[in-house]
Design a protein around this ligand. Structure first.
Ligand code: Q46
Ligand code: ZN
Length: 312
């Protein structure tokens, strides 16, 4: 198998593009896909300060690497969730990457530790308030990222969601006809009222397999294991189903998700309507000042509940 572009020996085949690439042309392909995503979704410019949400996994570390290589001003934030060895290992991968690659680009890694801030790890907090771990985790991560983004005046927050993640989420939302979630499935969500950072997903044109290959070829050391709490999650099942379809018919995932984005762009400009909706509903939390639709934000409510349960 030879590289479609330069005809030297290929290291990876991409059936969905009917192509194969050598390492250097594959890197070019990956960078080009991200550059196209940034441009077509008007995510950010060269002057903007970007905060990348890193977990130690392949997607977020690849994203940080790609943005720095493309010359963007990208710092990162890692939130240590306190999930046993998973958190210890993922934390180590993130600091290793920051030291080996990011600092030479002048980029900064911000660190937050849930245990330090809340007095307990994610699992214990979830038990205290009788809520599923992943929903507790979601509330805390969203809050921490938004707070750092606003406090440190970043223009935009970037996450490592890839084509597989977005296609699986879309499948879940369509299967359950969750129309209010469909509205928010775009790869670029604008900043809403003052206090809510703009969020973008520059990897939505690349698959999980392509990002794993990018890390391996570029010696980016990432945590291979999924978070242990993800076991049995619906999204994993949707990903399996989509992978089956992709093997039978390459390009299914991109046709599904990109087709949805095309349709969405043609029917209504989601960015304007969402800004208006959000602006009407959000105001600063009475306890911490972060944006919320209630008087007290869900993070402060969660912390208050955890504190009172711990005191019982
Ligand atoms: S990190 Fe958090 Fe995920 Fe782990 S506890 Fe659940 S939500 S599975 S992306
Ligand atoms: Zn609050």
């Amino acid at each position: 198998m030879n590289c479609t572009k330069c005809k030297t020996k290929a290291v990876i085949g991409l059936p969905r593009h009917n192509a194969a690439f050598c390492k250097s042309c594959f890197n070019g392909f990956v960078h080009d896909q991200v550059a196209r995503a940034i441009k077509s979704e008007k995510m950010f410019g060269k002057e903007d300060r970007i905060l990348v949400a890193v977990s130690g996994g392949k997607d977020s570390l690849a994203l940080w690497d790609i943005l720095l290589t493309l010359g963007y001003r990208a710092d990162a934030l890692y939130v240590n969730l306190g999930i046993g060895t998973y958190s210890v290992q993922s934390h180590a991968k993130v600091t290793k990457f920051a030291e080996a690659v990011a600092t030479s680009h002048g980029a900064t890694l911000h660190l937050q530790t849930v245990e330090q801030e809340a007095g307990a790890g994610i699992k214990e907090l979830a038990q205290l308030i009788h809520r599923p771990t992943c929903s507790t985790c979601g509330t805390i991560k969203r809050y921490q990222f938004n707070r750092v983004a606003i406090k440190q005046q970043y223009d935009v927050m970037a996450t490592g969601h890839n084509l597989d993640d977005e296609a699986a989420r879309l499948l879940g939302n369509v299967l359950h006809w969750q129309e209010e979630y469909l509205d928010k499935q775009g790869p670029s969500l604008p900043a809403s009222v003052e206090g809510f950072a703009k969020k973008v997903k520059p990897l939505y044109r690349l698959t999980e397999r392509e990002l794993a290959a990018y890390c391996v070829l570029n010696k980016i050391d990432y945590i291979v294991e999924e978070c242990p709490m993800a076991k049995g999650a619906r999204t994993l099942l949707y990903k399996e189903v989509l992978n089956r379809l992709e093997t039978e018919s390459p390009g299914t995932k991109q046709t599904f998700y990109w087709g949805f984005l095309d349709k969405q762009a043609r029917t209504a400009p989601p960015t304007t309507s969402m800004t208006e909706k959000d602006q009407a509903a959000l105001h600063p939390c009475a306890a911490c000042g972060q944006p919320t639709t209630a008087e007290i934000c869900s993070y402060c409510k969660l912390m208050a509940r955890a504190k009172s349960s711990a005191a019982l």
